[in-house]
Design a protein. Structure first.
Length: 253
């Protein structure tokens, strides 16, 4: 057998292994509701809901496809869902074969109900890409189904938007402090809940520190719902771990 034939066969075998792994993953992980006791360990301290201020995103990521296409600007002045991340931060790719972690496109599409997918479109940008990445990177460690994971994230995002969108809009063109954000959260959800909120800032040319993200420390994703199946941001904040004040102030586009 010629050397070229051996190389082709080797590549084909490698690709076949990837396909088999993806199909196996689809059957064993994606197509069943996870068992919480099997996926959540004692060190799962909570979850982090990360929301991005849309105008800030394109200030720091001007070449992003969603910015260049105008998709983000059409959203307007609002927070958009970035992700719901199980904590600690190294809880990622649970059950995902290691050989597929750097080739997410080889993983099966995430199955969502039409209702949840429609709700996501009103709270995110570049929905298809976000769903695929966020589920395999973070959602697989949440111990809930994709519908529950994204549905709860949307519900929480809507609550945060109602409270903090006005704060960010009022600060647009100026500066905003973490103290102001935490005070609004305390006033709305109860004393001490503001300690579970932080800001994510990035440096942009000519703008200095720009507030890009609002981050909320909550209970683990599997514990976001109460006995009646309702999701409460206030209760999730009260039970979430306090968050360090990493960014205390920044500008708001």
């Amino acid at each position: 057998m010629r050397r070229g034939d051996v190389a082709v066969l080797s590549i084909s075998a490698a690709l076949a292994a990837v396909v088999v792994a993806a199909v196996t993953y689809s059957v064993t992980i994606l197509d069943r509701t996870p068992n919480p006791s099997a996926l959540v360990s004692d060190d799962a301290a909570g979850s982090l809901l990360v929301l991005t201020w849309a105008p800030s995103f394109c200030t720091v990521e001007r070449e992003n496809a969603a910015c260049e296409s105008g998709e983000v600007s059409r959203v307007g002045q609002t927070l958009v869902l970035h992700g719901l991340w199980p904590q600690p931060r190294d809880r990622q790719y649970c059950g995902v074969p290691e050989e597929l972690r750097d080739r997410e496109s080889a993983l099966p599409p995430v199955q969502l109900s039409d209702d949840v997918r429609d709700r996501l479109r009103s709270t995110t940008v570049d929905t298809a890409t976000l769903v695929h990445h966020e589920w395999y990177t973070h959602g697989t460690c949440a111990a809930v189904s994709p519908d529950t994971y994204f549905g709860d994230a949307v519900t929480l995002t809507d609550e945060v938007r109602e409270v903090l969108d006005p704060v960010l809009r009022d600060a647009a063109g100026g500066r905003l402090t973490l103290a102001t954000v935490r005070e609004r959260i305390d006033d709305t959800f109860g004393a001490g809940t503001g300690e579970r909120v932080g800001l994510g800032c990035r440096t942009a040319a000519g703008a200095g520190a720009v507030i890009v993200d609002v981050r909320l420390s909550l209970t683990p994703a599997v514990a976001l719902r109460d006995a009646d199946g309702a999701v409460s941001l206030a209760e999730s904040l009260r039970q979430g771990p306090p968050m360090p004040a990493q960014c205390r102030h920044g500008s708001v586009p």
